[in-house]
Design a protein around this ligand. Structure first.
Ligand SMILES: [Zn+2]
Length: 264
């Protein structure tokens, strides 16, 4: 029994196909996930599934228009805030920076494409990716950006409830993309943490804390949010908003490439 090939997957091409099919203007999409606890109702690889499936959806919808190609996923990243939970695997900051930079260096050496979109499935990677982006651009001349799918899907009114980890947003997207992996019987209807503690410990722009998901002020059984408010319908709407917003991102990235080209 075989499986059908994935469309536009770098790993499923042969070596002669690489030079034949990819161009300088092709856009490589690199999903970055995480292996970390997501409460009792979502699997450890939730962020891997989200990053990969969102990338696959982007390629199915926009792949031909923007010449998108999917790179193999980096599955393990920065998850120290969840390291109290069995199964959570985390790299060090140094290890992750090395992994990403070596991967990017190999991309430049081995592939003709010079555009890179990182699809970041794990919010905890945001800070380091924002900084590494400068090195990918400055040291390797990659025309690159990072997509944070959940923030890309946010509605202007979304700021109200605390929905940070394993809550309504993430559970909804999993119900839409991989329902077979959601333990619906384990979705407990527990009230989300107070918006004040989330605002003070996680989102305060004036001070940064080493917040953790075993902090009783923030999380219940590893979850910061309310998974009982999740639905597949809401998840599908979020994925739809991600795709629409990503269309503009790809267009802007190509615009940057033509500007970079003129500067040389
Ligand atoms: Zn997650």
């Amino acid at each position: 029994m075989g499986r059908s090939p994935l469309p536009r997957s770098i790993g499923e091409l042969t070596f002669p196909e690489i030079s034949r099919k990819l161009k300088t203007s092709s856009i490589l999409c690199l999903p970055i996930g995480a292996i970390e606890q997501h409460g009792a109702h979502l699997p450890l690889n939730t962020d891997v599934v989200v990053a990969e499936e969102v990338t696959r959806t982007l390629i199915a919808r926009l792949g031909d228009a923007f010449d998108l190609w999917q790179l193999p996923t980096l599955a393990i990243s920065l998850s120290r805030e969840h390291d109290w939970a069995p199964g959570t695997l985390s790299l060090s900051v140094q290890g992750f920076a090395t992994l990403l930079k070596e991967t990017a260096r190999e991309i430049v050496r081995a592939l003709p494409a010079r555009n890179l979109v990182i699809v970041n499935g794990h919010g905890g990677n945001r800070g380091i990716l924002e900084n590494l982006l400068h090195e990918l651009h400055g040291d390797l001349a990659l025309n690159a950006c990072v997509i944070h799918p959940f923030d890309l899907a946010k509605l202007p009114s979304d700021g109200a409830g605390a929905d940070v980890h394993g809550g309504a947003g993430e559970t909804s997207v999993m119900l839409a993309l991989a329902p077979e992996l959601v333990r619906t019987d384990m979705i407990a209807s527990t009230p989300p943490p107070s918006p004040e503690s989330v605002a003070a410990l996680i989102f305060d722009r004036g001070v940064t804390w080493p917040w953790r998901t075993d902090d009783p002020r923030l999380a219940r059984a590893g979850v910061i949010g309310d998974p009982a408010a999740a639905s597949a319908e809401q998840g599908r709407a979020m994925v739809e908003r991600m795709v629409e917003a990503a269309r503009g991102v790809f267009a802007r990235l190509l615009e940057h490439q033509s500007l970079m080209g003129k500067g040389r």
